[in-house]
Design a protein around this ligand. Sequence first.
Ligand code: HEC
Ligand code: HEC
Length: 301
Amino acid sequence: MAENNPFPGENNTGHVWDDNLRELNNPPPRWWMIAFWASIIWWIVYGLLYPMWPMPYQPAEGKGYTQGFLGWSQMKEYEESLAQLEAVRAQYEERIRNLTPAEILQDPGLKQYTLASAKVLFGDNCSACHGSGGQGNPGFPVLADDDWLYGGTLAKIQESITNGRKGVMPAHKSTLSPEEIDRLARFVTNLSQGKATEAGWALFRAKGCIACHGPKADGVLSRLPNGDIITVGAANLTDGIWRFEPGGYESAKYTITYGVNQPGVEGTRNAVMPAFGKTGKLDEQSIKKLVVYVHELGGGQ
Ligand code: HEC
Ligand code: HEC
């Protein structure tokens, strides 16, 4: 080939097309070669330091790849950051353990942590009945207002969650006449709209309704100086908030007729709040967090 080269002495490969089109044998530019070798060196160094190459067999540690001299792995990195997070949590958890709900509320940082942590607990344990934001569901009371059956102080909320609640109201279908039931149902409906009559009050008192619903029919038997209320969990009949759906005349009539939580009475209203503490469903720490959470849902009282 060399002897036929029409351009002897030129640094070409001897490949010539169309008389003068030829392939020159020039080296690539220096910068390109530097980058080329640098990338190979980088690849080798990286491969030695970090996990890289799949292995056809499992070495002793049971990992099917070269592990690198740095010993780094994504899993380890994850575990380390988890451990850091746990350490931060542990400080908060320790303080919660040693403080009362009232003290937790005094500390803004701790309160924020407690609320965030309790939100998850509430979602897992409570929202099925009380709604995800405590806004209630048909048949289950609202927790996100300041209308409480059993009281909204920290102590009362703690009692509700720990021991559960089960309000009882007798069925009146055999102790009152249909006419009396009708008049009482009308009375309560009017009362919820602020239009109660004196005759209605008289019947309400005479039939013993105030024994549980209180002299003002607001569910409160008496108020203590510390803000606590004495109650048996009877509903407040003076506001427009109905405990049982759909509320109003028919609904009130039904409740008066069949009562609440009456064993052996067919059609009685069910209203049972499970005991989360006594049954061991939730530990003390979780209940403490939930007490703070529910208290704040209700706007604090
Ligand atoms: C199975 C349904 C159900 C679940 C789950 C449930 N509750 Fe209740 N809860 C009720 C019912 C029903 C009542 C009302 C009881 C009554 O009327 O006597 C109630 C009442 C309450 C009260 C008292 C409200 C008041 O007005 O005084 C609080 C506080 C409360 N629940 C908090 C919780 C928390 C916190 C959880 C989760 C740990 C929870 N509940 C889970 C059904 C439930
Ligand atoms: C032994 C106590 C008790 C007596 C007596 C009683 N109640 Fe009740 N009442 C309750 C309780 C407890 C509830 C349900 C609260 C709950 O579980 O949420 C209730 C609920 C109601 C409701 C439903 C309110 C709503 O918001 O849906 C009406 C209406 C009512 N009572 C009317 C009466 C009338 C009228 C009388 C008198 C004839 C009476 N109650 C006597 C304890 C009582």
